[in-house]
Design a protein around this ligand. Structure first.
Ligand SMILES: [Zn+2]
Length: 267
C-alpha cells in the first residue's frame, strides 16, 4: 500500500511533468485519465476530425473497399497478436485521409487511427506500413496521447472535452494539432519498441518500421510525427532491428507485390 503522502507526491510529480512520470515506474501506465476518459476523448476527437472535411478529407469508403480492407486487415493482425493493451476495449477504428502530399499517420486516444494516402503510396511493402501502424497503435494503447495532451493543454480543458462541455473552437484547434502532437523521447522509443513486439507476433518482418526510417533518411520536407522528436533516425533503425533480434522474431514477410497492387488501386 502507498501512504497517502507518497501518492500525493506522485500525483504532483506527474501533474508537473508527464515525461518524468512515465519513467517513474517503467511499464506502468500512470495516467490522470481513466480508460473511459480515453475512449470519450477519442470519440469526441474522431467526430471533430471526420466533420472537418477540409483539413481531413477522408478517402471515400465507396470505391475504395479493397484499400480499406487491406489497411484494416493489417491493423487487425497486430491487434490479434495478444500483445496490444486495450485490443479488446478501444475502438481501433481506421480511416484513410486522402492527401497524397502528407507522409503521416496519427492516433487519437481510445484507438482511432488515421493514415494518409501519401504515406501508403510512399512506402514499399506491407511490413513497412504495419511498422508505422504498430507505432501509432502503441501511442494509443500505451495511452501516451492522453498523457502528452494533458501536459500541453491541461487537465481542465481535456475534462471539458470529455464531458462535452468544451468550447467547440478548442476541440477543433486541438484536433488540428493532434497530427503533429510531439511525444517525449521515452514515448517514441516505447512506440518503436512496441511496433516490433506487435509485428513479431505475425509472419511479417518485425523491423518493418525501420524500413520507413531508412527510406526517409536524407529526404527533405516536414518530418512526420514519428520522426520529429528524434534527431537521429539512424539510431532508431538500429534500435528497432536490435529489438527484433533480441525477441528472436522469425517473420520475414514483406508482401511487396500485394502492396504494389494496393497502391495501384489508390491512383
Ligand atoms: Zn510517435
Amino acid at each position: 500500500m502507498f501512504s497517502r503522502k507518497a501518492v500525493f507526491l506522485v500525483v504532483l510529480a506527474c501533474a508537473s511533468s508527464f515525461w518524468s512520470c512515465s519513467t517513474l515506474k517503467k511499464g506502468s501506465s500512470f495516467n490522470l485519465f481513466s480508460i473511459e476518459d480515453d475512449k470519450q476523448l477519442g470519440l469526441q476527437f474522431s467526430r471533430q476530425i471526420e466533420a472537418d472535411t477540409r483539413q481531413f478529407p477522408l478517402l471515400p469508403e465507396q470505391g475504395n473497399e479493397e484499400v480499406y480492407k487491406f489497411v484494416r486487415g493489417l491493423t487487425q493482425r497486430l491487434l490479434r497478436t495478444g500483445k496490444v493493451a486495450h485490443a479488446g476495449d478501444f475502438a481501433w477504428q481506421v480511416k484513410i485521409i486522402k492527401d497524397d502530399k502528407t507522409l503521416n499517420a496519427f492516433a487519437v486516444p481510445g484507438g482511432y487511427l488515421y493514415v494518409y494516402t501519401g504515406l501508403i503510396k510512399y512506402l514499399d511493402s506491407e511490413d513497412q506500413l504495419a511498422g508505422v501502424m504498430g507505432h501509432e497503435i502503441a501511442h494509443a494503447a500505451l495511452r501516451h496521447s492522453t498523457q502528452q495532451m494533458t501536459r500541453i493543454y491541461g487537465l481542465d480543458a481535456l475534462r471539458q472535452i470529455v464531458t462535452g462541455k468544451s468550447d467547440p473552437s478548442l476541440l477543433a484547434q486541438i484536433a488540428l494539432e493532434l497530427i503533429s502532437l510531439k511525444f517525449s523521447r521515452t514515448h517514441e522509443s516505447q512506440a518503436d519498441e512496441h511496433s516490433v513486439i506487435y509485428l513479431c507476433g505475425t509472419s511479417l518482418n518485425a523491423a518493418g518500421a525501420a524500413g520507413f526510417f531508412e527510406k526517409i533518411q536524407g529526404k527533405g520536407g516536414t518530418p512526420p510525427e514519428f520522426l520529429s522528436t528524434h534527431p537521429d533516425p539512424g539510431n532508431r533503425v538500429k534500435k528497432i532491428k536490435a529489438k527484433a533480434e533480441e525477441l528472436g522474431c522469425t517473420g520475414r514477410d514483406s508482401n511487396k507485390s500485394n502492396y504494389e497492387r494496393i497502391k495501384k488501386l489508390l491512383r
